[in-house]
Write a protein that binds this ligand. Structure first.
Ligand code: ZN
Length: 451
């Protein structure tokens, strides 16, 4: 996370850059590979950002949201098995390794070494890993992406954090805690099969203005990737008191509210393993979820309830973290991710609306799970003087995957009609389709579906 504290940082940074430039101008000194210094000795862009105005604007048209999973109401034994494997020892190991590199400022050797460590760690887990390299005016660098392919779907669920940090310290909580959660989730989930694809991503360039995640979201958007949810963890390990240790924050925009509900249900259903109550905070630009919103993806940002007292200082160390809390928070994210990724579900589609004697609607389950307690309602309005307003419901206890049902409505009137078909099930999202037609007595002619 970022704040106005950077003002001081900037002053020191500028002084540093001027000194280096001065040295470069002396003939006897040659410093190879000093980045981002323009001929007049001034960095081309501010190195760190202080407000939303410093962020790059993205003009993006809305993209359609893929259908998303339903909030869990009951405990799933498979999820419990995963949660049991996420313990303090596992997290601590990753945190120690990450902080051992020292300050991981994007563009420095330390940061590159941390990137290499992440790449190798994911690779050792047997995941498909890549460097997602980005070039930017402010700073260039690499995100690390590891993929666990879904068995039966191309929908993508992302868990992420940023592995870079500020130069003042070794970024244990900001954001070693988030990256450790990502690594732990990968280490545990890799041994299981999930319906949907899961990506474990560590971004860099976060501290300079969400650079890495902006390029990542942009590329995902340009590749038309079906990212259903992004779970971003940034500072999830600080809780100095007992009451801080049972609360957490979640930031969301309105299309992403379903992820808030989903995660809150997870924390209730698995309370014995998680024990954190999440408080919804609304929007913020302050972490890597932000550009996913800008590119039309649903994303949330998880953070500790009590903001870290040692933020962006040399004291942001493991010593000042609460590992029990970090473990619980990581479990919350693991359970949320795994539940989303394993959920096969029915998807109801109204495949046709046709005329003839009355109105017939064909409904097909194009999902991969039985649809339970299906209700199909046909509403017909319009007619001569707009006097028609008829509704008819057809029920089906179960529709198997690829199975269908027919819903019918009979009537005897005249005139132009509007047909609205609405279908829902106890375990699927509601869907609606409309058509227009012409009614002569009991016969419906010229039925044309609206898009
Ligand atoms: Zn951060």
């Amino acid at each position: 996370m970022k704040s106005r504290l950077y003002r001081w940082n900037n002053a020191w940074k500028l002084l540093f850059v001027f000194s280096i430039t001065y040295l470069l101008l002396l003939p006897e000194y040659t410093l190879a590979g000093t980045p981002n210094i323009s001929p007049n000795g001034v960095p081309p862009k501010p190195a760190f950002i202080e407000s939303k105005e410093d962020l790059v604007d993205v003009q993006v048209i809305d993209r359609p949201t893929p259908s998303h999973p339903m909030s869990p109401q009951t405990t799933n034994v498979n999820i419990v098995e995963l949660l049991r494997q996420l313990n303090e020892t596992l997290l601590l190991g990753y945190l120690e390794n990450l902080t051992a590199f020292g300050p991981r400022v994007t563009g420095t050797e330390n940061c590159d070494q941390a990137a290499h460590y992440l790449y190798e760690t994911f690779q050792d887990m047997g995941l498909v890993v890549r460097y997602h390299n980005y070039t930017d005016d402010v700073v260039s660098g690499s995100n690390i992406e590891a993929t666990l392919y879904g068995s039966d779907s191309t929908d993508i669920y992302i868990i992420c954090g940023h592995y870079d940090c500020v130069e003042a310290g070794s970024g244990a909580d900001d954001d070693g805690s988030g990256v450790a959660a990502v690594l732990a989730a990968a280490e545990i989930m890799r041994n299981y099969e999930f319906v949907h694809t899961v990506r474990f991503v560590a971004f860099s360039g976060e501290e300079q203005g969400l650079i890495g995640s902006r390029h990542y979201a942009e590329d995902a958007y340009n590749n038309n990737e079906s990212i259903v949810a992004v779970l971003n963890a940034d500072m999830i390990g600080f809780a100095p008191t007992g009451s801080d240790g049972i609360k957490g924050k979640i930031y969301e925009n309105s299309p992403s509210e379903w992820i808030v509900t989903f995660t809150q249900n997870i924390s209730q259903v698995y309370a014995d393993y998680i024990g954190i109550q999440l408080f919804s905070q609304g929007k913020t630009w302050g972490s890597d979820h932000y550009y996913f919103w800008e590119y039309g993806y649903d994303a949330v940002f998880y953070a500790e309830f009590n903001f870290n007292d040692y933020y962006h200082s040399g004291n942001d160390t493991i010593d000042h973290m609460n590992m029990t809390y970090a473990t619980r928070f990581s479990r919350l994210m693991l359970a949320t991710l795994a539940e989303m990724a394993q959920q096969s579900r029915p998807v109801l589609k109204i495949t046709s609306i046709s005329g003839g004697l009355g109105v017939t609607a064909q409904i097909t389950n194009i999902g991969d799970e039985n649809a339970q307690n299906v209700n199909a309602m046909i509403v017909i309005t319009g007619g001569l003087y707009g006097l028609i307003n008829i509704s008819s419901t057809t029920k089906s206890a179960v529709i198997n995957p690829e199975g269908s049902m027919q819903a019918k409505a009979m009537l005897f009137r005249f005139g132009k009609i509007l047909i609205t078909v609405t279908v829902d099930a106890s375990n699927a999202y509601q869907t609606t389709k409309q058509a227009v037609g012409f009614l002569i007595g009991p016969v419906v002619l010229n039925v044309v579906s609206k898009t």
